[in-house]
Ligand binder design. Structure first.
Ligand SMILES: NC(=O)c1ccc[n+]([C@@H]2O[C@H](COP(=O)([O-])OP(=O)(O)OC[C@H]3O[C@@H](n4cnc5c(N)ncnc54)[C@H](O)[C@@H]3O)[C@@H](O)[C@H]2O)c1
Ligand SMILES: [Fe+2]
Length: 381
């Protein structure tokens, strides 16, 4: 690696800890912001902590406007509607408060406010980042799930309304100015969402560690993220407490810091399930990860040895890592088979077409062909 030049970027200011979301109002006032658009989803908007935060902002004379009209796998029209609300109510900042879906819509609104070409002109896969040239509104993120790590990301995953293909909008300008990561907001997450989002975080850390690019900083973070998830995911799902919730929130954030290095085959297997069948992103990764990791072992045994060590496995091999992943899925009630989450044999060809076109696998350590995707889906079916 030492005959090349690399660029390493690290994320925004992160305020982390139980109760830290209470600082939001003072932060806005300090920055002379008084009209934020809060982007969330219909479920989070009903939760007590959300209402308390909004009430607290109102008490501080901050005018809040809530946009919650988003899809589970967000689409372009969600972003357009949210931007219309931003304009119509003359907002001066955007707060993304919710799971990855809400944070992605918030980030895409941040982009769209001063960039009014078709949203997918900014698609990173076709070099759209170069068109992100104007200023963007002040952007704050408050995660309420522990999985995507989107709060520290610079990209938003938004699907086409018609084709459902996932597009990735990317620019360093889309980094939040500050993140309020408050584990208290995740205390009431249902066990199924804790499990699925936790496996998304594990997939980020594992795929980032394995991804092609040389990035020792991210690799160190990813291995520590894997180790934390090994210790706390089962507990966060089956016997949650503040410690396990806090550890999962930091590990999810670490996964997203690490995956600026790249993702891989598992995310490319997962994205088409969300596009075609509306499967939750974390669940799609969770079911696919043992199969994707099995595919990656050959030629990368030395890396799997490090992963096995982070997981404190007796046998430091790729096969032991795969066995561990099936075992973890069992403990947290994630099915082992795609058939259990609604995939049918007749979906396989379309899934393989979508997977080969996906943006994640070019960074996989091993090249993946369409036939490989088809065989992986068949194995997991
Ligand atoms: N930008 C990125 O880097 C990135 C990375 C991975 C995934 N994603 C995207 O993130 C999305 C998935 O995000 P997610 O896994 O957080 O799921 P999500 O945002 O869909 O949330 C899952 C469910 O949990 C509910 N929920 C959220 N917070 C809650 C809380 N505190 N208590 C109770 N319920 C709560 C939501 O209402 C929703 O029903 C997908 O659209 C995916 O494409 C983005
Ligand atoms: Fe993910």
């Amino acid at each position: 690696m030492f005959n090349q030049i690399y660029q390493y970027n690290f994320p925004t200011t992160i305020r982390f800890g139980a109760g830290v979301s209470k600082e939001l109002g003072d932060y806005l006032l300090k920055n002379k912001l008084s009209k934020p658009l809060i982007v969330t989803d219909p479920t989070v908007a009903q939760l007590d902590f959300f209402k308390e935060i909004v009430t607290d902002l109102k008490k501080k004379n901050i005018s809040t406007e809530i946009f919650k009209d988003i899809h589970k796998n967000p689409v372009k029209s969600d972003v357009y509607k949210g931007t219309d609300v931003y304009d119509a109510t003359s907002r001066d900042a955007v707060i993304g408060m919710g799971g990855g879906a809400a944070l992605d819509v918030a980030r895409a609104i941040v982009l769209r406010v001063n960039h009014r070409e078709d949203l997918f002109k900014y698609d990173d896969l076709i070099g759209g980042e170069v068109f992100v040239t104007n200023d963007v509104p002040h952007f704050i993120t408050v995660p309420t799930t522990a999985g995507t790590g989107s709060e520290v990301g610079r990209s938003a995953v938004i699907s086409d309304d018609e084709t459902h293909q996932k597009k990735i909008l990317f620019s360093p300008k889309l980094l939040a100015r500050i993140v309020y990561a408050d584990p208290l907001l995740t205390m009431e997450l249902p066990s199924f969402i804790t499990a699925a989002t936790g496996m998304d975080a594990l997939t980020h850390n594992m795929e980032a560690y394995l991804a092609k690019m040389s990035h020792p900083l991210c690799e160190g973070i990813a291995l520590e993220g894997i180790s934390i998830i090994n210790e706390f995911l089962d507990k966060a799902v089956n016997k949650p407490d503040l410690e396990s919730r806090s550890k999962m929130l930091i590990a999810s954030l670490m996964g997203a810091v690490a995956f600026q290095k790249g993702l891989g085959v598992v995310h490319s297997l997962a994205h088409p399930l969300s596009s075609l069948l509306d499967t939750h992103h974390g669940l799609a990764n969770a079911v696919n990860i043992p199969y994707g990791m099995q595919f990656n072992i050959e030629g990368f045994e030395y890396k799997f040895k490090r992963i096995a060590r982070a997981l404190e496995l007796k046998q430091e091999t790729g096969e032991a890592v795969v066995t561990y992943l099936f075992g973890l899925n069992s403990k947290i009630n994630i099915p082992h088979r795609l058939a259990d989450i609604g995939v049918k044999r007749e979906h396989i060809e379309t899934l393989a077409d979508l997977a080969i076109a996906d943006f994640a696998h070019p960074n996989n350590p091993k090249a993946v062909t369409r036939e490989d995707f088809k065989q992986l889906y068949l194995r997991a079916l």
